[in-house]
Unconditional design. Structure first.
Length: 157
């Protein structure tokens, strides 16, 4: 009688890593295409007020943001604890808003200018006086399409 001997052990064959670089580059390309870079570093605290009736903005590329809130802790020594206005990456005064709107218009295509929106992202604990001053300055700059940013109110049971 013959004895049958098993050749090799019960190990699984090694996994082929030949396609691994293709998979890595495909994932890298996917994340590069789908990720957007943060355009502005917030220097003010933002707790947006809650609202029930919200509309999503269609073209976010036509939106210019004005941020209002108390400066973060690292900026409070220089700017204090009163609510401040932030335009792009820097603090500004109310009088700087007109120049900001004009610069935003010049950066856009002439056909897009009538569709531009100014969005106010105001901390919910900010007093309305600064918002009124901003609105007056926007009127002077003829930026009459204003949006107030808010978060969706959670249902209470």
């Amino acid at each position: 009688m013959h004895k049958f001997k098993k050749k090799g052990s019960n190990e699984l064959p090694p996994i082929s890593t030949a396609s691994l670089p293709d998979i890595v580059f495909m994932l890298l390309f996917f994340f590069m295409v789908s990720t957007t870079m943060r355009e502005v570093t917030l220097k003010v605290r933002q707790t947006l007020p809650s609202a029930t009736e919200l509309n999503k903005l269609e073209k976010k590329s036509l939106v210019s943001y004005i941020y209002v809130g108390v400066p973060h802790r690292e900026f409070q020594r220089a700017y204090g604890i009163e609510p401040r206005i932030q335009l792009n990456d820097q603090f500004a005064e109310v009088s700087d808003i007109t120049d900001y709107i004009i610069a935003e218009r010049e950066a856009r295509n002439e056909a897009e200018v009538p569709f531009m929106i100014t969005s106010l992202k105001v901390d919910e604990y900010t007093k309305m006086q600064i918002v009124q001053d901003i609105k007056q300055e926007l009127r002077k700059a003829a930026a009459l399409h204003i949006n107030y940013s808010a978060r969706k109110r959670q249902a209470q049971f």
